[in-house]
Design a protein around this ligand. Structure first.
Ligand code: ZN
Length: 335
């Protein structure tokens, strides 16, 4: 294993029937990692520590096949996530990030050079073996059980990944746990994935659909229109915002991912995440939302990158939550 790995931040993810979560410190010994508390040994495969939890049963290996034999060098030349990569590099520069910076769902590590002290976490072991990714700190693990100590990361970021995580609230809890006070969070999953896409309704012919799906297909031009989305989303968001409480629970939708032959964007999503709801989850825990600083902008959030900042421990670093915007009050009064 690379000597620069921030080994102090690793922690055990085992659950014990009588004691609950172990969370013991994990240290390196003879090419395995050993928990100092429960003695569990985590394998290190080709330089990658493997932290797969038994708690989240994993049966689907379709993406291991998909990721096998990939090259980071080739993928870096593509335009995939190129704007997002530039965004992270500028963000790290502007904020003067020092790290460690954790990427959740790093794939073949396209963001590895954009932030200092990069750690790439990915469920697919094959993608971590990608050519050209060997010299970076990589972890095979699950967003729902991060193998990292509490408050150990200066920045956590994730692009196009969280929509693949079922039990989404668990992943959010873990992000909140590992972020340092004053740490930065950058989120950009595929927001608002839908059941009609995972059911392939837009691409399947009518004869292959049941009665409900046929109706949905006929209504797609309406369902996909911006006014319809806003009319269905915004009242719900206002209601969520009005009834929020400290440490607001996350509301999200479970989807059945499609892993078949046809390629349809986001048909492989396991959860539907609302951008405003995600912001609310963190602002109700004291975070400052830098990307959407006013309540109105949060309520109207679309498919945006969300930037949040965890409150510093003394609570004095950031101002209190925004007060209610007058336009939002008008919206509420008219609804
Ligand atoms: Zn342990």
């Amino acid at each position: 294993m690379d000597g620069t790995f921030p080994i102090d931040s690793l922690r055990c993810i085992q659950d014990h029937p009588e004691r609950g979560s172990c969370s013991g410190a994990v240290i390196s010994a003879d090419n395995v990692l050993v928990c100092q508390t429960c003695g569990f040994r985590y394998p290190v495969v080709r330089g990658v520590p493997v932290f797969r939890s038994e708690r989240w049963q994993f049966t689907d290996t379709w993406f291991e096949e998909m990721y096998a034999g990939r090259s980071r060098i080739t993928e870096l030349e593509s335009t995939y996530l190129v704007g997002e990569r530039r965004f992270m590099a500028e963000f790290a520069e502007e904020r003067g990030l020092e790290g460690p910076c954790l990427e959740i769902g790093c794939g073949t590590g396209l963001f590895a050079e954009t932030v200092p002290q990069y750690i790439g976490l990915e469920y697919s072991l094959e993608s971590l073996f990608a050519r050209g990714f060997e010299s970076f700190d990589r972890l095979c693990g699950d967003a729902r059980s991060l193998p990292l100590a509490d408050e150990s990361m200066e920045c956590v970021f994730s692009f196009n990944t969280l929509e693949h995580v079922a039990e989404l609230e668990q992943a959010f809890e873990e992000i909140h746990r590992v972020l340092k006070p004053g740490g930065a969070l950058v989120l950009k999953p595929a927001w608002h994935c839908t059941r009609y896409v995972t059911e392939l309704i837009p691409v399947l012919p009518y004869r292959e659909l049941n009665a409900r799906q046929k109706i949905v297909k006929a209504l797609l031009p309406l369902i996909r229109s911006k006014p319809y989305k806003m009319l269905t989303r915004v009242p719900w968001r206002i209601q969520r915002w009005l009834t929020q409480r400290p440490n607001n629970p996350l509301s999200w939708g479970r989807l059945t991912p499609y892993h078949g032959e046809a390629w349809v964007a986001d048909a492989d999503a396991a959860s539907s995440i609302d951008c405003h709801e995600s912001i609310l989850y963190f602002t109700s825990r004291g975070y400052q939302c830098h990307s959407h600083p006013t309540t109105l902008r949060q309520l109207l959030a679309g498919h945006d990158i969300v930037v949040l900042e965890k409150p510093a421990r003394d609570g004095s670093r950031f101002p209190q939550r925004d007060s209610v915007d007058p336009p939002v009050m008008a919206l509420i009064q008219n609804s």
